[in-house]
Design a protein around this ligand. Structure first.
Ligand code: NDP
Length: 513
């Protein structure tokens, strides 16, 4: 989100992702560096930043984990996930220059002596690379390890910035808590060690170009915002559908489910961006102040409204793209009688002047017919229809987030011929046609922002807690009752029948996937 994105000079010579100025030199200390996220997502993201001249050439990356590895082993394992062949950035000289800056530190997350040694190593790295004491800690471990690391960092005196000119920041991966109480406890623990201004709670969805474009679309144009309210909008639908199952993450997913993993974070983030008021300025405080107001305006769920307005589902065996896939309970690592939700849908009310009476329908699930994430704004019908024809659909504005990125507006047009017949048509804007395919990984955008001290796209303590406060009554109501007969939707479908009833009861229907 930094200034170089807005500067024409930055995009003219070398492409939109090259930075005008490299960031401050710094040490990036990655806890859980032997893990899946670190290798598959964070290394390629950091390389992307180095390749595009966004990282200071003297940066140092220190991987920290319990697995014994030499620096060379670590570099080799990181190198496996860097671009190859025809991919952008597949440049051997640049890759080896990047990998040279990687080092590894074997240590236990509970071992005070290891953290004392880490402190010494960081001093050495500061001198060797002229890093000016700038440090970014990245918590890429499972969540149960977060508080141990934070505690050790505090004891080793590593949480405070070293002086006025240097900075210390921490990125904390999602999930941030598993309910309101644990999120509050985690916030309290982190805030004992770091100041809120040092804490970057990451949700990688917010690093996607199209998600950021929602702000530009709404507040950088004059024509949409006057319609963006209860007078013109009938309802809003937000869908985050995956066709994949749990892949390698069954153990984690069994403890989470769709409501925790997707709705509480990504989907409520999108909802806040759709529903927020214009910020006074485009900075972290102003944007996040507006987002929290949306979360605070969401009507709380009660035990009664959970049963009426929230649906959970779990997939059974089915077919995706003509290929048979197992049901959730048959996936490796899943309990044969698991009651984990792999699908969740809900109707939400944002009780404020702008949105009163406009339902927000949210849904997310695994093993659905198509991978597709979109925000659909469905407008009210014309007050009186003088034409005949097929225009039974309302006008809709759809912000496509993935896999295809773009915006489409559907409206009625006259069908050619002697009669005044009307048919829905679409006006389409596709990112890749106008700007070329977007190649910057979401993680690269967010890490770049963090290194430059821009927290606009990161979550603040109050908004994480507000999102959990909304979801908590749902989770508690579900936990206190038997799950519906699972599985209740076949893999490859649009989700459970009960989700259709949710919109159907209001005389509406979900957009097909
Ligand atoms: P992993 O399970 O791969 O764990 C990362 C590393 O942490 C492991 O290599 C291991 O290193 C260490 N570790 C694992 N389990 C334990 C444990 N019980 N106690 C102490 N250390 C442990 O996790 P991921 O890399 O998949 O995810 C890391 C974080 O990122 C999680 O919070 C996850 O929710 C989040 N995340 C992950 C995504 C992904 O695609 N993977 C996507 C979005 C968020 P060692 O044994 O060497 O110390």
């Amino acid at each position: 989100m930094n200034a170089q994105a807005a500067s024409p000079a930055a995009v003219s010579q070398t492409g939109p992702y090259f930075c005008e100025m490299p960031s401050d030199p710094c040490a990036i200390i990655m806890f859980g560096a032997s893990g899946d996220l670190a290798r598959r997502k964070l290394m390629p993201a950091l390389y992307d930043l180095a390749f595009h001249s966004c990282l200071a050439p003297s940066f140092r990356l220190l991987g920290f984990a319990r697995t014994k590895m030499s620096d060379d082993d670590f570099r080799k394992s990181a190198g496996e996930f860097l671009p190859k062949g025809q991919e952008e950035g597949a440049d051997d000289a640049k890759k080896s220059e990047f990998l040279k800056n990687l080092q590894y530190f074997t240590g236990d997350y509970d071992d005070a002596a290891a953290f004392q040694n880490l402190a010494k190593r960081l001093e050495e790295l500061d001198k060797e690379g002229g890093l000016g004491g700038n440090r970014l800690f990245y918590l890429a471990t499972p969540p149960e390890v977060y508080t141990h690391v934070i505690q050790q960092l505090k004891q080793a005196n590593l949480t405070k910035s070293k002086g006025d000119k240097s900075w210390t920041r921490i990125i904390i991966e999602k999930p941030f808590g598993r309910d309101l109480a644990s999120a509050k406890a985690l916030n309290a623990k982190v805030l004992e060690a770091f100041d809120e201004s040092q804490i970057y709670r990451i949700d990688h969805y917010l690093g996607k170009e199209t998600v950021q474009n929602m702000l530009v679309f709404r507040f950088g144009n004059g024509i949409f915002e006057p319609l963006w309210n209860r007078n013109y909008i009938d309802s809003v639908q937000i869908t985050a559908a995956e066709s994949l199952g749990v892949e390698r993450r069954a153990a984690f997913y069994e403890t989470a489910g769709a409501m925790r993993d997707m709705i509480q974070s990504h989907v409520l983030q999108l909802t806040s961006l759709v529903a927020m008021e214009a910020p006074a300025r485009f900075d972290a405080t102003s944007v996040r102040n507006e987002k929290i107001k949306v979360l605070q305006s969401m009507r709380p769920f009660t035990a009664e409204s959970v049963w009426k307005d929230v649906v959970r589902g779990q997939y059974g065996p089915g077919q995706i793209n003509g290929k048979a896939v197992p049901g959730y309970r048959q996936e490796p690592g899943v309990k044969p009688d698991s009651s984990t939700d792999t699908f969740a849908a809900l109707k939400l009310h944002v009780d404020n002047w702008r949105w009163s009476g406009v339902p927000f329908y949210l849904r997310s699930g695994k093993r659905l017919a198509q991978p597709h994430t979109e925000v659909a704004i469905l407008f009210k019908r014309a007050p009186h229809m003088v034409f005949r024809g097929e225009n039974t659909e309302t006008n809709s504005l759809v912000l496509n987030i993935q896999p295809e990125e773009g915006i489409s507006l559907s409206f009625g047009a006259k069908t050619p011929g002697s009669q005044m017949l009307i048919r829905p048509v679409e006006m389409d804007f596709q990112y890749k046609n106008t700007f070329g395919a977007s190649t910057r990984p979401a993680y690269a955008t967010l890490i770049n922002d963090c290194i430059r001290g821009d927290a606009t796209l990161f979550d603040r303590a109050d908004s994480v807690e507000a999102a959990w406060a909304l979801v908590d009554p749902i989770l508690n109501t579900w936990a206190g009752a038997a799950a519906p007969p699972f599985p209740n939707y076949p893999a490859g479908s649009d989700g459970p029948r009960a989700a259709d009833d949710l919109t159907g009861a209001d005389g509406r229907h979900w957009r097909p996937l």
